[in-house]
Design a protein around this ligand. Structure first.
Ligand SMILES: Cc1cc2nc3c(=O)[nH]c(=O)nc-3n(C[C@H](O)[C@H](O)[C@H](O)COP(=O)(O)OP(=O)(O)OC[C@H]3O[C@@H](n4cnc5c(N)ncnc54)[C@H](O)[C@@H]3O)c2cc1C
Length: 410
């Protein structure tokens, strides 16, 4: 690769979050470069399903619609879900959510990660002022008072006013910027697979809390479901090693028969579970977004949604600085982004960690308390509506894009 020309913002990492940010910035007239080490999947046989799916909230949908990616996602296939049911395997009580209770039609969409990424890449390539470098593996970061420079594996360099680390949980950029992380492992992993249950899922997301961790069924097209089964490392190893027939029997039992007998399963994979957050989201000419800034247990399906809100907030403060003629990399601008997103992310991370621990205790009186709490929430509409809105991403001080308002217009 030859020496690249300068750009205003270089985004490292072309996953959902980095590419959404690059699209929003390019829409705002910012000269942006996206650097990604691996080319994403752009086309695939219609009868296959990505192992990685995400439950995307209303707020995420609004953002993706406003930047212009949602129609491309719809063309590739998104699966709406209208209801959600959550219950404990060992104690009575259930929580059920319905988008209609808070004036909506649906609660959100289950979307294969490759669908979101491919639609965003298609869009980015059409936007003037957006450059894409792929494959481009960033190996070093150098900062001076004039700019920041990325060094790529092939020795080429790219300088920018601001570098954004969107390179995931094991972010190399975060490390190169000297930003520390805190966190812990849950000693668990999440097994993911696509299954065909015997019964129609009724556009409902199901989550059953078992003694080792939650088992989720996320509804997809043609009646299939994507499962996320959180277990100890040992149990996950066993579940991965089983032949299909034995696995389907174990899954039917773990599901409590809610969707009948599990009939078919595709390839299985597992991801280690833990909680991690960066001590700070910004440094001199550097900002972190998405999993590079925070990663958590997938039990409420919020990681990508939080990352997209980071992208929306950062795009907004940058576009605003630009419209006011201020440098987009100034401490003031970066601190504004950090203050805006850190609190919301922290509350979500803390909430998920507490929920994970609350359901990890098998002590009987605690189980009864949990079950009473669940019933109380289910029977108290204002409380239930609060949680429904929160899960839909309708809360607090959201960036403009999350309301469907372009952040590049003042
Ligand atoms: C089992 C499971 C289920 C989940 N379910 C949900 C859900 O239902 N809803 C939800 O909102 N979230 C969910 N999540 C979380 C969600 O998947 C992540 O939060 C999201 O994918 C993070 O996106 P990202 O763009 O920040 O990072 P990533 O998707 O990790 O993207 C990082 C990108 O950076 C690139 N990269 C890395 N290093 C470099 C480098 N040095 N140079 C150049 N490029 C680089 C990588 O190739 C990659 O493309 C789930 C997670 C798991 C594990």
């Amino acid at each position: 690769m030859t020496e690249r020309s300068d750009c205003e913002v270089a985004v490292v990492g072309g996953g959902m979050v980095g590419t959404a940010l690059a699209c929003a910035l390019a829409r705002g007239g910012i000269h942006v470069a996206l650097l990604e080490s691996r080319a994403p999947e752009r086309a695939w046989p219609s009868d296959t399903v990505d192992l990685r799916v995400s439950a995307l909230t209303h707020a995420s949908q609004k953002m993706l619609t406003t930047i212009g990616a949602w129609s491309g996602m719809e063309q590739r296939g998104v699966s709406p879900y209208r209801f959600m049911r959550v219950w404990d395997a060992d104690y009575p009580g259930e929580l059920s959510f319905d988008g209609a209770d808070v004036g909506g039609d649906i609660l959100g969409h289950i979307v294969e990660n490759r669908v979101t990424v491919a639609a965003l890449w298609d869009l980015l390539e059409t936007l003037p002022g957006a450059d894409v470098a792929c494959p481009a593996q960033v190996v070093d970061l150098q900062r001076s008072e004039h700019d920041a420079t990325l060094v790529l594996e092939d020795g080429s360099r790219l300088s920018a006013d601001l570098i954004v680390a969107a390179d995931g949980k094991a972010s190399r950029l975060r490390e190169l910027a000297g930003i520390d992380i805190t966190g812990w492992s849950y000693g668990q992993s999440a097994l993911v697979a696509t299954v065909q249950p015997g019964r129609w899922h009724e556009e409902t997301a199901y989550q059953r809390f078992l003694s080792e961790g939650p088992l989720a069924f996320l509804p997809l097209r043609d009646g299939a479901c994507s499962i996320v089964w959180s277990c100890s490392l040992e149990s996950t190893k066993k579940n991965l090693a089983m032949d299909d027939e034995t696995f389907l029997r174990a899954l039917t039992e773990a599901s409590g028969g809610i969707l009948g007998t599990m009939e078919r399963v595709g390839p299985r994979a597992a991801f280690p579970l833990g909680l991690q957050f960066a001590r700070k989201y910004t440094d001199d000419r550097v900002a972190l977004v998405g999993d590079a800034a925070h990663a958590m247990h997938p039990l409420a399906g919020q990681g990508a949604n939080m990352g997209l809100l980071d992208a929306a907030a950062l795009a907004e403060v940058i576009c605003q600085a630009r419209s006011q003629g201020r440098p987009i990399f100034s401490r003031h601008v970066l601190r504004r982004y950090e203050r805006w997103r850190k609190g919301d992310n922290f509350a979500m991370l803390g909430g998920m960690d507490a929920l994970k621990r609350m359901y990890g205790v098998s002590f009987a009186p605690w189980g009864h308390l949990r079950s009473t709490g669940m019933r109380c929430i289910d029977k108290t509409p204002p409380l239930k509506n609060f949680f429904t809105r929160y899960a839909m991403g309708i809360r607090g001080d959201l960036p403009k894009l999350a309301y469907g308002v372009p952040c590049w217009r003042s």
